[in-house]
Each structure stands twice: as structure tokens, then as C-alpha cells.
Write a protein that binds this ligand. Structure first.
Ligand code: FAD
Length: 431
């Protein structure tokens, strides 16, 4: 028998590793583990992502039961759970899809060792990206650090078969016959239900074909909302790429940004918490706790920043344009370490993904591999004129905007800009 271990690929269709397990001709027992260590790190015990995972896993278990099988769901330390299962069942192999984050890499290394001790095969598959690890490299064999040439190489290497779906259902007869198993409740894993829900994605031809002209306008809700679905695998990247090819090249380029950041973090895991570019490793951040709190709560007195932070706090989502504005405000205007902002986003975003989050924060801070130049500082007011002229987005998230209870700006942007440039220049001079 093979174990198929679901992680960030929570779907029964078009799942590479599941397909390979089923197609091996051996009986397959599907498994999901609520990782105790990851859950323990979450401070909010009503975390929306845990509710979403729980709901999705429940649905998958039901679907598998309808197909005459089941999904084994465990709560614990993955290595211990797997070790117990290897002792309990006659397991010939563990199949799973690859995950490139530093934590996952370490976990899977330990898992491969455990499998070896038990003389069990540990097979991993590419599933969450079209190109992984070192598949897209420069001519000199080094990883790309700049997006545009990476994107060009990605497109050159891509062929339509790479977006062909894995037809798992054809092999469902290989699933282990049903046996009774429980699914731990949210309470049993230490959580309660969140009030925030992951919204459905919108991959309609109308939305995607208008994307290049509407994507920067936060009031329109004109983006796909695909990010949490790619994060947890409820949609496969191949489905997404197929839609992109059919409807909009600009949207395809966004999916390529995602893979660009994934390969960066894979090759440079230290960039998860240190400046990618060494010349910015000693910026003299101000890191004033009170100012950070105002940014988190959305009471800076800069309406686009505040609207964004309130959208994030209330829904777990923030429009990309506004993410760039709030990030720039935190690192440049307030001179607060980008890692503080990265950590706050990690806590709140439904689509939190280490590679994209770190990559985009370092982009905004000007410290990244392919970052905006450090001297480019977003003006939080002129961004309104460009992208929310009618104040529709702002008023949606700041109902008191037109009243005296809305705070005055907490700083003078042009002075803050000069201060940021001085501080960055000093860091470069001292590097
Ligand atoms: P769409 O505009 O419809 O784009 C389609 C898909 O392309 C997205 O779902 C996403 O998978 C990918 N994509 C789009 N823009 C980017 C980008 N700049 N970088 C990487 N992938 C991209 N995205 C995350 O998925 N997780 C994060 O933790 C995250 N943190 C961010 C932090 C900051 C400071 C910034 C500026 C951006 C961050 N992003 C992150 C990127 C982007 O904001 C979101 O992917 C996007 O807003 C999600 O909405 P959507 O699915 O409607 O995107």
C-alpha cells in the first residue's frame, strides 16, 4: 500500500502526486496531517486559514467516502504521525507533492530519512508550479535574480502539455476501500471557527480579459482572488495557467511572478529574514512600536494606507496596489523594518505565502533581488489620484472618512521621504 500525503494541494483533481500514487497500481491510502508545530505558532485561535483547511479537508473526506474510500486525518507532529503509520500498516511508499519553503524542505529531509530507516520509498512530485527549483536558470547555470529575463525564459521553456491536467479520477479504483476514521474537530486541534471566509475565485473570461486595464483599481474588485486557492491547492496552477493562456498575458505574468519568488526563496533561503541585497543589511530602522500599531490598525491619517490595513484586518485580503502602498509607507515613511510588516501580513493574509510575501516586501523596501530602487518612495496621496480618484475604495473601508473623527496625517510625507533617503544612503555608505 502507498500513503498519499496531502499538504498544500487540497484537491482530488489534477493533483500530480496523487495521480502518480494511483497510477502505480498499488492501493492508496490518502492522508492529511494537521501539523501541531505550525498550528501552535498561530496566535489567533480563530485563524481563518485553519477554518478553511478544516472545511476543505472535511469536503475531501466526504468526496472520498462517496467514492468508496476515505481520507485519514491526523493531528500531530508529521514525523511522529508518519512513523506510527509505518509501524501500523504495511506501507511500501509515501507519495507527496513538493513544497519549497525552508521549513518544508527541512521536514521532508527528515521524512526521507525516516522512510529510509523503514525501507520505504519516499517519492515527491512537482505540483504547485509549472517550473520548479533549477528548471529555469540563466545561461551560466545560476538562478535568475531579475524577473523580466526569468519571465522570458519561463515563456520560452513552456509548452502547452505542461498545463495538461492529471486525471486522478480515472484511477480512483486504486483507493483503499472505506474504513471508519474520525476527523478531529476544529476544537480538538485548538481552534474555533473564524468569521472570515475565503472568497471563491473568479476566473471568468470577463474578469480575466479585462484584467490588464482594471487590475490597479482597488474599488473594482477586478482581480481573480485566486491567491488563497493557489496557496492551499484548491485550484491547480495548471488550471490557472490554461485560463491565462486563453484570456490574458498580463495575468499570466502575475502567475510567473509567483514562480519567480518561489525559485528565489528556494535558492536563497536566508532571504526569508535577511536583506537579499547585502548593502541594505544595516539600515538604521526607527522601529517605533506606537507608530507600528497605528499602521496595523489603519489610523495613520493617510486614507489609502488606512483603507488597506482595515481591509486586511476585516477580510484577510488586500488589493495588490494597496499592499504596495502600505508596505512603502511602513518601510520608507515610518522607517520600520520590512520584517515587521512581513510578519504582520503573515499573520493576517488568507493567501500568506512565504516566498511571495518576503519577495514583495523586499521589493517594496528596495532590499530585494529584483526590487524597486531604494530612492523610489510611493506618495500615499498621489496614489489616490491615480488609483482611487473617486475615493470609493477609501470610503468603503473608512466610513468616518468625511468626519472629524478620522485622524490627521501622523507625519509630513515629504519630510519622511527625505529622512528615508538619508537613512538608506547612510546604510549603503556603511556597507
Ligand atoms: P491577481 O491579480 O488576480 O493575480 C493572479 C495570481 O498571480 C495571484 O493569485 C498570485 O498567485 C499571483 N500574483 C499576483 N501578483 C503577484 C505578486 N506581486 N507576487 C507574487 N504573486 C503574484 N501574494 C500571495 O499570494 N501571498 C502573499 O503572502 C503575498 N504578500 C504580498 C505582500 C506585499 C507587500 C505585496 C505588495 C504583494 C503580496 N502578494 C502576495 C502579491 C499580490 O498582492 C497577491 O498575490 C494578489 O493581490 C492576490 O490577489 P488575486 O489572487 O486577486 O491576484
Amino acid at each position: 500500500m502507498l500513503l498519499f500525503w496531502f499538504r498544500r494541494d487540497l484537491r482530488l483533481h489534477d493533483n500530480a502526486g496523487l495521480f502518480h500514487a494511483l497510477a502505480s497500481g498499488k492501493p492508496v491510502l490518502p492522508l492529511f496531517i494537521f501539523d501541531r508545530a505550525i498550528l501552535a505558532k498561530l496566535e489567533d485561535k480563530a485563524d481563518a486559514r485553519v477554518s478553511f483547511i478544516h472545511d476543505t479537508v472535511t469536503k475531501m473526506q466526504r468526496e472520498l467516502e462517496d467514492s468508496g474510500s476515505t481520507l485519514l486525518v491526523k493531528y500531530g507532529e508529521p514525523l511522529e504521525v508518519l512513523s506510527e503509520l509505518l509501524n501500523k500498516y504495511e506501507v511500501e511508499g509515501i507519495y507527496t507533492n513538493r513544497d519549497y519553503e525552508p521549513y518544508a524542505q527541512e521536514r521532508d529531509k527528515a521524512m526521507a530519512e525516516l522512510a529510509q530507516q523503514h525501507q520505504v520509498e519516499f517519492s515527491t512530485f512537482k505540483d504547485q508550479v509549472i517550473f520548479e527549483k533549477s528548471e529555469i536558470m540563466t545561461q551560466s547555470g545560476t538562478p535568475y535574480k531579475v524577473y523580466t529575463p526569468y519571465k522570458n525564459a519561463w515563456k520560452k521553456a513552456f509548452t502547452s502539455e505542461m498545463a495538461a491536467p492529471y486525471t486522478c479520477r480515472e484511477y480512483f479504483r486504486q483507493l483503499l476501500p472505506h474504513f471508519k476514521t474520525n476527523l478531529p474537530t476544529l476544537q480538538e486541534i485548538g481552534f474555533t471557527r473564524s468569521k472570515i471566509e475565503v472568497p471563491p475565485h473568479d476566473l471568468s473570461p470577463e474578469t480575466l480579459s479585462a484584467y490588464h486595464s482594471t487590475r490597479n483599481l482597488p474599488a473594482l474588485d477586478a482581480t481573480s482572488r485566486l491567491s488563497p486557492h493557489l496557496r492551499f491547492g484548491t485550484v491547480s496552477v495548471r488550471e490557472a495557467v490554461k485560463e491565462a493562456l486563453a484570456h490574458n498575458d498580463v495575468w499570466l505574468q502575475e502567475l510567473i511572478w509567483r514562480e519567480f519568488f518561489m525559485q528565489l526563496l528556494f535558492h536563497f533561503p536566508a532571504s526569508a529574514d535577511s536583506s537579499f541585497s547585502p548593502k541594505f543589511s544595516s539600515i538604521n530602522w526607527r522601529n517605533i512600536e506606537e507608530e507600528f500599531q497605528r499602521w496595523c490598525e489603519g489610523t495613520t491619517g493617510f486614507p489609502l494606507v488606512d483603507a488597506g490595513m482595515r481591509e486586511l484586518n476585516e477580510t484577510g485580503f488586500m488589493h495588490n496596489r494597496v499592499r504596495m502602498v502600505v508596505a512603502s509607507f511602513l518601510v520608507k515613511d515610518l522607517l520600520i523594518d520590512w520584517r515587521w510588516g512581513e510578519a504582520y501580513f503573515a499573520e493576517k493574509l488568507l493567501d500568506y505565502e512565504q516566498a511571495s510575501n518576503v519577495g514583495n516586501w523586499q521589493w517594496a523596501a528596495g532590499t530585494g533581488a529584483d526590487a524597486q530602487p531604494y530612492f523610489r518612495v510611493f506618495n500615499p496621496d498621489s496614489q489616490i489620484n491615480k488609483f482611487d480618484k473617486e475615493y470609493a475604495y477609501i470610503k468603503r473601508w473608512i466610513p468616518e472618512y468625511d468626519t472629524s473623527s478620522y485622524p490627521k496625517p501622523m507625519l509630513d510625507h515629504s519630510l519622511a521621504r527625505d529622512r528615508a533617503l538619508e537613512t538608506y544612503k547612510k546604510a549603503i555608505a556603511e556597507a
